[in-house]
Design a protein around this ligand. Structure first.
Ligand code: MN
Length: 503
């Protein structure tokens, strides 16, 4: 990737001044990295240019593209942050500073024998940087993806370290941001380097099976297109092949038998409107027998990262099992590009919005996660101890949705307990929890909530937060609110204390 083609791509997206600034940043970075080379032997500047180009492709704003160009200057060259601030402004400097901090955290990881010796520290710093501006992490994802693409030039043990870190930290981050396409790219490359034998084996298995499935699906696709046309539904029907890494993960779940993987290849139906999605679902169920437990409506209730689609798995008259995914074009676009795409359309509005809008429940489901992430970042900034397990629960575990009796939706990690819900709604509600009703029935403090539960917290003014509750919560949000309450003497005690003093 060269300067010229980057500028050509930028011109398609940004205004004249922005393109000029991008050109400035290319020259600035070229000069700073002048005598440096990548391991591949190429000039170093090819790397930041490649990163910046990904950010343009992903639909990021021009400040992010400029920060992408400058992301290694403070860490690897003589350039000072103040210089960047005076030339490119505070926003760009802030982003570059976040990226530099992440690199510095990673540089601390020297022990190659243990792949993730300091993940906690590393991740923590990552989060602190990100807590204030999610663009930092999106730029970092572009940086990481390009490093994975050029990983073959690095020594073997380093390859494995980067690959493992990518699978454990960066792919889940991409997933949380709804960037499905990027997550898959990171996973495929990382898996390739981390366990090459398993990658090759899974790939061969996939290729062998795909020949068969493609023929079978071709006929079904034709049948479906005909049925949709007959109802005047404008649609695009294509095969979606499972990624090698997700096949590998699935195979481990079904004890290695590829015949038990029904969604190796799914049919993806893209239509014009949301209403059409449901009409298509109806038509499919009229011609094929659906497997009831596999019908998923992620349109009415999106996944926590914002993913939207209808899923159904059906049995054809020839006893074939086929998965369908039905969505509009806009949903498809979001599912592939996620949060990154929103920055281009909203420029800075989005980042300002989520900084100012702290209350989790008033955010759209896909942004609630960001508030949670910011909270964790804040606590790390305050030097609170958060274990790696706790971070995993808070940020990367599967999520469930539960409802308040009024119908407000809250997302919690899988395994969350009723007190987690109470403290998420409001710390005062948590504090005075006396008992819980779930779907109308009394529910014990120690029994996990399930997806779709309607949870009612019964409060009593005299009921007070207890030390023992710490073991009755899974989220660090809840635990830290409770700890705060336990530290503060309640009103009655403090009145008594001040009175005692006066005596
Ligand atoms: Mn870099």
């Amino acid at each position: 990737m060269q300067k010229k083609s980057l500028l050509a791509n930028a011109k398609n997206v940004y205004n004249k001044n922005q393109v000029l600034e991008i050109e400035n940043a290319i020259d600035f970075a070229s000069k700073a990295h002048k005598n440096q080379k990548r391991r591949s032997g190429e000039a170093y500047i090819t790397h930041p240019i490649a990163v910046a180009n990904k950010l343009i492709e992903w639909g990021m704003d021009s400040d992010s593209v400029i920060a992408g160009l400058l992301h290694d200057t403070v860490e690897d060259t003589e350039v000072k942050l103040e210089e960047i601030e005076s030339i490119f402004g505070r926003d760009v400097a802030f982003l570059v500073d976040g990226l530099t901090k992440i690199s510095q955290a990673r540089a601390g990881m020297k022990d190659l024998s243990n792949y993730l010796p300091q993940t906690k520290d590393n991740l923590s710093k990552l989060l602190i940087a990100v807590g204030q501006d999610i663009r930092v992490i999106i730029i970092k994802l572009a940086d990481r993806l390009h490093n994975l693409e050029t990983l073959s030039y690095l020594p073997k043990e380093y390859q494995k370290k980067v690959a493992r870190e990518s699978l454990e930290v960066f792919a889940p981050m991409a997933d949380r941001l709804g960037m499905g396409q990027i997550r898959v790219k990171i996973e495929e490359l990382a898996f390739f380097y981390l366990d090459h034998a398993a990658y090759k084996k899974t790939e061969a298995l996939m290729r062998k099976r795909l020949g068969k499935s493609t023929r079978k699906l071709g006929a079904i696709r034709e049948e479906v297109v005909k049925a949709l046309n007959a109802q005047n539904i404008h649609s695009d029907v294509n095969g979606r092949v499972k990624s090698i890494y997700s096949l590998y993960k699935k195979l481990r779940k079904v004890s290695g038998n590829v015949d038990d993987v029904y969604d190796l290849m799914a049919l993806r139906i893209i239509v014009d409107t949301k209403e059409d999605c449901y009409r298509v679902l109806g038509i499919l169920h009229a011609i094929y027998q659906p497997i009831i437990t596999k019908i998923k409506d992620y349109i009415a209730i999106p996944k926590p990262n914002g993913y939207q689609s209808l899923h159904t798995t059906v049995i054809t008259p020839a006893k074939q099992i086929v998965e369908f995914q039905i969505r509009t074009k806009e949903m498809h676009e979001y599912n592939e590009r996620g949060l990154a795409a929103s920055f281009h359309y909203n420029e800075h509005k989005l980042s300002k919005d989520y900084i100012e809008n702290k209350k989790s429940s008033t955010m759209p489901a896909n942004l609630q996660w960001i508030t949670q992430l910011q909270e964790v970042a804040q606590r790390l900034t305050n030097n609170e101890e958060i274990s790696r397990d706790q971070l995993t629960i808070d940020l990367f575990s599967d999520r469930i949705f539960v409802y308040s009796p009024k119908g407000d939706i809250y997302n919690l990690p899988e395994g969350a307990l009723p007190l987690d819900f109470a403290y998420l709604v409001h710390s005062d509600i948590g504090k005075h929890s006396a008992s819980f009703r779930v779907n109308g029935n009394i529910h014990p403090f120690d029994k996990p909530l399930s997806n779709g539960d309607v949870v009612e917290v019964i409060t009593r003014p005299l009921s007070q937060a207890k030390q023992a509750w710490l073991s009755l919560m899974k989220t660090s949000h809840g635990k830290s609110k409770l700890k705060g309450q336990l530290k503060k003497p309640d009103a009655i005690t403090s009145i008594r204390k001040s009175r005692d003093k006066n005596i």
